[in-house]
Design a protein around this ligand. Structure first.
Ligand code: ADP
Length: 479
């Protein structure tokens, strides 16, 4: 199949979260299976491209309403080929996402340039795989402006929702920039009357297929509690909404071959995990106490992640249990402050590294004993999957992909891979942490728990086959 991926993130060049990992790994797996896969992403000024040679393959001019943007398209690699859109007036902002007045144009450009490029490259995709709101207007573009395009008339669209809460909502004054005013009746009319447009909603309405990143999240987003105002539209399309779990790129995330670790280990011989633990705590300025469990967190600091519960629970637990906590992340100031205060109150037990560091993310996965994800909701979650592979026991809220991937530990049957709490409140997370700490004090049980987790397989090969099946079904149906 010929597959065109359009997304705002791609690891390692442009990453704020899991989307980047998926857009890097899934095309790689599909290309290995023999498909012709191309990826189109913005070239942000923050992209680290040292030692990478890009080749210019096209120059485009993209009109958006009264604006015109020249774009140089720079290609990298084959199978899959990545096309970077070089357009400094839109992408040189020092970060991936902004709240600038032209934010909508930054990703309209991505959408239009991706489609225009198909003609230039003489590439007729069978499926345009659109990711999140940034590419969610593409299905409507395919059904209108590009409906008779030689390269795109036959293309089907799949919209994957990585997080329903980021929707790309804008005032209707941006309308002219979409170049779609002649088909304004195809925008959701009630919303338009209220003076708004919503890119993700337009995608849900017009994509040939809609998917999200875990089976449980696919169900949850069809309920008012998790539907972020769009559950009714998702329910209306329930026969086309599928949940496919993200996989793990084990080339990047395996303790056997992780280039960021001071020592490697495997399921067969985990002895070097202790070296990783010692190096982690010492590099963060904490004393190394072999018997003290280390809890890790690597995350965007967003209310979605449920860390507000920890402010109430952690001080008491840290005081009574003597464990250590290593936290990596940045985001909402209130959550950052909470971890800064914890670090001040428990300087020998807590280290909060504020920022983004892929290297430290790997070192925490390997060096920690437990990994904490009390997410309020979690479309899939990748860190719990990495944790399982690194023998780092996940402690998670039973929601979305966390519910689908972490099996609760049962001491009697010695089955399960982590600790799962059902009620998203302080008592829930306290119970789970206490259960994990108690099990840690029972070495045979703990060892079994780690073995169970390390044996779990979330490789992309299996998940990519599910996407293949969805693409094939889309190709076989009328548009
Ligand atoms: P989300 O996409 O909601 O942020 P996921 O669990 O799906 O959550 O993916 C998060 C990804 O981003 C993981 O690869 C994680 O290691 C990475 N990550 C998050 N915060 C940081 C950080 N501060 N430094 C390095 N990597 C981070």
């Amino acid at each position: 199949m010929k597959l065109l991926f359009v997304a705002s993130e791609l690891a390692p060049y442009a990453k704020t979260g899991g989307l980047a990992d998926v857009v890097a790994a899934l095309p790689k797996t599909l290309a290995r299976a023999g498909h012709d896969v191309r990826i189109v992403v913005p070239l942000y000024d923050t992209a680290k491209l040292d030692g990478v040679t890009l080749t210019q393959v096209a120059e485009l001019t993209i009109p958006l309403g009264s604006h015109r943007y020249p774009v140089r398209v720079l290609a990298l690699g084959t199978a899959p080929t990545i096309y970077f859109l070089h357009c400094p007036p839109l992408y040189a902002r020092g970060r991936l996402y902004t709240s600038d007045a032209d934010e909508h144009r930054r990703f309209l450009l991505l959408s239009y340039a991706a489609l225009e490029l198909c003609g230039r490259l003489d590439f007729a995709p069978d499926v345009v795989h659109c990711h999140d709101w940034q590419a969610a207007l593409i299905p409507l573009l395919l059904k209108t402006i590009y409906a008779r395009d030689r390269h795109l008339a036959g293309a089907r669209s799949l919209l994957t929702i990585h997080n329903l809460n980021y929707q790309g909502g804008f005032p209707d004054s941006i309308g002219p920039d979409t170049n779609l005013t002649h088909v304004a009746h195809l925008f959701h009319q009630e919303l338009l009357k209220a003076g708004r447009v919503n890119f993700l909603l337009q995608g849900i309405l017009y994509a040939d297929g809609v998917s999200t990143v875990s089976p449980t999240y696919a169900q949850e987003i069809q309920t008012p509690a998790h539907g972020a105002g769009l559950d009714g539209f998702l329910r209306a399309r329930k026969t086309t909404v599928v949940g496919i779990l993200n996989g793990v790129d084990y080339d990047e995330w395996s303790p056997e071959n992780d280039r960021y670790l001071p020592a490697r280990y495997s399921a067969a011989d985990r002895s070097n995990k202790a070296i990783c633990k010692q190096a982690l705590v010492e590099s963060l300025g904490l004393p190394y106490v072999p018997s003290a469990p280390v809890v890790g967190i690597v995350s965007r600091m967003a209310s979605q992640k449920g860390f507000d519960l920890l402010g109430e629970v952690l001080p008491g637990l840290l005081q009574r249990n003597g464990f250590q906590l290593t936290v990596l992340g940045s985001g909402e100031p209130g959550l950052e402050d909470m971890f800064t205060r914890l670090q001040r109150a428990f300087p020998r037990q807590v280290c909060f590294y504020q920022g983004f560091s892929n290297k430290l993310a790997h070192q925490i996965e390997a060096g920690a004993d437990m990994f904490l994800m009390p997410s309020r909701y979690e479309p899939c979650g990748l860190n719990q999957l990495y944790s399982l592979r690194y023998g780092t026991v996940p402690i998670v809220h039973k929601t979305g992909g966390l519910a689908d991937t972490v099996r609760p530990w049962h001491p009697r049957t010695r089955t399960g891979t982590g600790f799962v709490f059902e009620h998203h409140d302080a008592a829930g997370v306290r119970w789970a942490l206490q259960a994990a700490l108690a099990t840690y004090r029972d070495p045979p049980a703990w060892s079994r728990l780690i073995d169970n987790g390390m044996a779990a397989d979330f490789s992309w090969d299996r998940q990519a086959r599910r996407y293949e099946y969805v693409y094939e079904k889309l190709i076989g149906t009328d548009r």
